[in-house]
Design a protein around this ligand. Structure first.
Ligand code: NAP
Length: 248
């Protein structure tokens, strides 16, 4: 398989290491400023020898990147987060150009296991109103978006299953949270690749579920696996579609 890396920052470099280890050909590295990049932008030339392009860039540039890659009929893995408001536009581009695209807020298998555990735990805690529920996430000080996509997905799982929680509140509150608000906060600092914790807290005790990424390797490996999976497919998929296949 031949891949192109769009974005050669922290994630792009991690994927490159795994591709080298797995003998996957990296046919181009597309990044506007990195000295190891083979091209500074997405063009016919930069994507001409590739099966799948893997994008870990920035939410501001994602629509343009998808449009350009779709024009070249190249399938895509989108790891970049913080762009889901434009999902309907992306869906149209994918359909119109008959390409395959898989996206996900978190490519780590461990996080998907965390979400499955959270789903089951939330169903159980729904039955016990003495427990309040809240969450917190930590990421490194270069992360552009906040709250993380993983935090948002975790919050959706809680809101779906805990009937007494109705709305997500991610801001600093200068007041006590309302009982029907799910307070899920973020901290940015240092080099943390990503830590997400959910707390089920009563007067008597606390249960905490935490996923702590030790490095970016889990995300990178997942992105490579998704690239193998999306090769030759058409249509819009989420990482959950891939995971469902894995778990069945
Ligand atoms: N889904 C997941 O599992 C997962 C895991 C980790 C991270 N992420 C997400 O992935 C994204 C990237 O994370 P990162 O930590 O690798 O960020 P990063 O270190 O800032 O790397 C992004 C790189 O993309 C480059 N870039 C910007 N616009 C570009 C364009 N149009 N074409 C090509 N390259 C471009 C940037 O160049 P400049 O610096 O010169 O602008 C930078 O080198 C973020 O949205 C992050 O939240 C997702």
């Amino acid at each position: 398989m031949r891949i192109s890396l769009i974005g050669f920052g922290k994630m792009g470099q991690e994927i490159y290491k795994i591709a080298e280890r797995e003998k996957i050909i990296v046919s181009s590295i597309i990044d506007p400023h990195h000295q190891k990049a083979t091209c500074s932008g997405i063009t016919h030339q930069s994507l001409k020898n590739t099966d799948v392009a893997i994008d870990f860039t920035h939410p501001d540039t994602i629509l343009e990147n998808i449009e350009k890659a779709a024009k070249e009929k190249v399938n895509l893995v989108i790891g970049t987060t913080g762009w889901l408001d434009i999902l309907p536009k992306v869906e149209k581009i994918v359909k119109k150009n008959h390409i395959g695209l898989i996206y996900g807020s978190n490519f780590s298998i461990g996080v998907h296991l965390f979400w499955q555990i959270l789903e089951e735990a939330s169903k159980k805690f729904n039955l016990f109103p003495q427990y309040d529920i809240f969450g917190h996430e930590f990421h490194h000080n270069k992360k552009a978006d906040s709250p993380s996509g993983t935090a948002q997905k975790s919050a959706q799982i809680i809101l779906k299953n805990i009937k007494r929680k109705k709305t997500l509140q991610t801001n600093i509150l200068n007041r006590p949270p309302k009982p029907n608000e799910l307070h899920f906060t973020s901290t940015r600092g240092g080099y943390i690749p990503g830590t997400h914790s959910i707390y089920f807290d009563s007067e008597a005790d606390t249960l905490e579920i935490t996923h702590q990424a030790r490095s970016r390797a889990g995300f990178a490996l997942g992105a490579i696996q998704c690239a193998k999976w999306i090769k030759g497919k058409t249509g819009l998929y989420t990482i959950e579609d891939y995971i469902k296949e894995l778990f069945n």
